[in-house]
Design a protein around this ligand. Sequence first.
Ligand code: SF4
Length: 445
Amino acid sequence: MVKQLKIIKMAQKQKAQKPDVGKILQSYIKSRLRPVGVKILKEIPKDQKLKPEKPMRYSQLIRAAAEGQDFIVEKDDISDPNPQLALGFCEPKYVDVQPRIQPAKTKAVRIGPVEGADVVLMIITPKAVMELTQIYKKIDAHFSGELGVEGEATALPYTTGLPNVSFLCNSARLLSGYRPSEVILSLPIKDAKELAQKIKQREHVRQTTINDVKKLSKQFEGKSPVQIIDWALEHFGDKIALANSFSAEDAMLTDIIWTINPPAKIFTLDTGRLNEETYDVWARIEQKYGGKIQSYHPDAGDVETLLRQKGPYSFRESVENRKECCEIRKVEPLMRALTGLDAWITGLRKSQSITRKEIETVEWDDANRLIKINPLAELSEDDVWTYIKEHDIPVNTLQKRGYKSIGCEPCTREITDGQDIRDGRWWWESPETKECGLHGSSRKN
Ligand code: SF4
């Protein structure tokens, strides 16, 4: 009896220690949809209760399973013309690169829980794929568009490094004729477990960083922007950069950064919709300091599809459309700009808007998963302009015309005295929605 109890306790302990791969992946990618497991069955099960009532598309099956259904599927239960590699019904083209499963032996598959599965499938955004690949650089990424199997693209060129998500989505688009806003990532269970393990380890590092960051922010109380930047450049070396949008704040930061350390990385997001005046000040800044501002541009294919499908002013039609445009033109290029960095510097100030009242000098940027330093957090607008005048810094001429915030030409305008700085952005929206995804949901600490 005692022996039995011991065995039960040991089994319970082992179970408790086993990481729940599906849950870990889902919480990391913050997806409403849970990851799905595919179990290869070498025999057709006699109990056919879980068979779909009629043949479904591959992507429908995955989506339904991600919402909690459980299926037993044979090849004929899939209505797509080409049964999927990820489900094991067709010969992998690149079997020499990484054989995932044994297709020839597949008679049916069970699509449902991750536990006990051979392959894990996740419906996620390209951005999430990029984040995952930064953690685990050898994902054998296998993508298809959200709506169909025709968009399948296998990550052949990326088995030795980071999968290039733009390439994959472009391939999916070329093959399928639509823009996949979501992709299906498939991972052999062994890799999914390893990935979950790495996420758990990183979560520990993240928590430690958040605690450190809180202490740092306290230490910097009362310190000047020069002191904060001096420390940051020294501490992070070439793993830190300034995101420069050519606002007055960024002009001040550029002066401080390039005076302290001329080769320090400063980048900008050239959305393709900037004002002429912004390019003008960009050139003048480079001339004054002799440095180069690195520009990051949106993916040409994404912009092309957006304009073809929704026209040049879709962002005026809804918050959702506006966020889509910002995602393509700003957020995705920002992710590339931040790749490989440990920290970034921004010109955010508390008094700029109601959405920025809570910012700290140093904070954990949960959206981009790195440290964010806001050296001007406590400064007023007057403080910034005093510094600019004293140091004779080139500024955007839009500022003199009443622009308090510099952004894309069709979405930014001048404001009058007493208005909130963010009133000059997306004036057709309510104040609470006015962030573009670069800074909107970054604080979790
Ligand atoms: S600010 Fe306007 S034009 Fe620029 S990316 Fe956002 S929605 Fe598009």
